[in-house]
Design a protein around this ligand. Structure first.
Ligand code: UTP
Length: 408
């Protein structure tokens, strides 16, 4: 029997079809499906009707960036401040590894991808190697929190355990899972991925802080004296993590967030750019950047919106706690969603076939009261792996790794 409350919920949101195979599935599957329906937030799905409504922006103005020459001049003093913070345990790293990496097309978690040629070199190994450089310099370990999702948590943990965390001490590594959201067709109807299971996907990288709090790790972090979280994406194999110069610059400039940025290589490059929106720090996505903003100049005559974010941010914990109750805007993103068809066969689409509903970390920047955009050299710190070939790919990252002296 399907409880009345479940029927009402499905009717309210027009999702009755998810019970299509209810009579065919086992009792255990029935219970699991009912639980899933109960726990899923369906109120967000109505956004599918007006995807463009979500992209409203305020008044955009430039936010000056700390450029390379200024960083060079102050390198020593920034580095000293940063190393002090790391040594006194105030900095932790947070790896966002809950994504599905659908563009790369591997079923394994992205960090398990081997980018080596003559030897094995896993993405996780590169990232931990980069952290160990800082550990060596600071002569002190710092905590690493790893966000996974229901879809890749067990595989991620098993892999890292088997590889002995690539030399990082286990007691400094902590895992937590992000929440899931339903995935729908373009009409907002939830797909079924099994007869007794609705299709879900991780709810976007913006959920990282609330998920970390729910996992009880914020309390632990505070107990350990952590004041800053350096969050970073799983797929940029060149990035510096807990970079002491970056940490020191953010602290010395009294900012509650630091954002690593690269100079854009063309006005229409597909990266989100740092700016002010209604006077607060913000990021305009490349598809929201109008011609006018693209061509705007600052007082030096340089492009006014010239620095793109690379998903490496340093957040002050107190500020995160201040904003944690504020809701983040919803983004609906076209993605490939595996589903069962009319006859119950599992289809793995090769093209996007529906929407995922996500919160994005870039929206957290807009909640913060101050932000330091901090320029880094693209060729040294930005080698994202999104696709197997072409732009931002395994191929391009390999070239960049080689340029930086990494043996593949
Ligand atoms: P991407 O925007 O590249 O998304 O993530 P993705 O889902 O991993 O990849 P595609 O689009 O399907 O190919 C940027 C970073 O945010 C993390 C990813 O793991 C990556 O480090 N992320 C993304 C999460 O942790 N959770 C999410 O729900 C989405």
């Amino acid at each position: 029997m399907v409880p009345e409350s479940i029927k009402e919920k499905l009717e309210k949101y027009g999702q009755e079809h998810v019970l299509k195979y209810y009579d065919e599935i086992s009792d255990e599957e029935k219970r699991a499906l009912l639980r899933q329906i109960e726990e899923t937030d369906m109120s967000v799905l109505s956004a599918a009707a007006n995807p463009d409504e979500l992209a409203k922006k305020g008044v955009i103005s430039p936010l000056p960036c700390m450029e390379l020459d200024e960083i060079e001049k102050n390198r020593e003093s920034f580095e000293t401040t940063g190393l002090d913070a790391i040594r006194s345990g105030k900095v932790a790293a947070v790896l966002l590894a809950g994504g599905m990496g659908t563009r790369l097309g591997s079923d394994d978690p992205k960090g398990m991808y081997n980018i080596g040629i003559t030897k094995e070199l896993f993405i996780f190994e590169c990232l931990i190697g980069n952290m160990l450089d800082v550990v060596k310099k600071a002569d002190s370990y710092f905590h690493l929190f790893i966000m996974t999702s229901e879809k890749n948590n067990d595989a991620t943990i098993a892999f890292l355990k088997k590889k002995n965390y690539f030399g990082y001490p286990e007691q400094y590594v902590h895992f937590f899972k992000q929440e899931m959201a339903a995935a729908t067709d373009y009409n907002g109807k939830i797909y079924l991925e099994e007869k007794g299971r609705m299709a879900t996907s991780p709810n976007g990288n913006g959920g990282w802080f609330i998920s970390l709090v729910r996992a009880g790790l914020l309390d632990k972090a505070k107990e350990w004296g952590i004041e800053w979280f350096n969050i970073f994406a799983v797929d940029n194999v060149l990035q510096r993590i807990a970079d002491p110069v970056f940490v020191g610059a953010t602290i010395k400039k009294n900012c509650v967030v630091g954002a690593k940025v690269v100079r854009k290589n063309a006005p229409d490059e597909k990266v989100g750019v740092m700016c002010l929106e209604d006077g607060r720090p913000s990021i305009v996505e490349y598809y929201e950047l109008t011609e006018e903003l693209m061509n705007a100049k600052d007082e030096k005559g340089d492009p006014a919106y010239n620095f793109g974010v690379i998903l490496n941010y340093l957040f002050n914990i107190e500020e995160l706690e201040r904003v944690v109750k504020q809701e983040l805007p919803l983004h609906i993103v076209k993605k490939k969603i595996p589903y069962i068809d009319e006859t119950g066969n599992l289809i793995k689409p090769s093209e996007p076939n529906g929407y995922k509903y996500e919160n994005l970390v870039l929206d957290m920047i807009h909640q913060m009261k101050s932000c330091l955009p901090f320029e880094v050299v693209r060729e040294k710190e930005f080698a994202p792996i999104k696709n197997p070939t072409g732009v931002d790919s395994v191929e391009s990252a390999r070239e960049l790794l080689k340029m930086n002296g990494v043996t593949l």
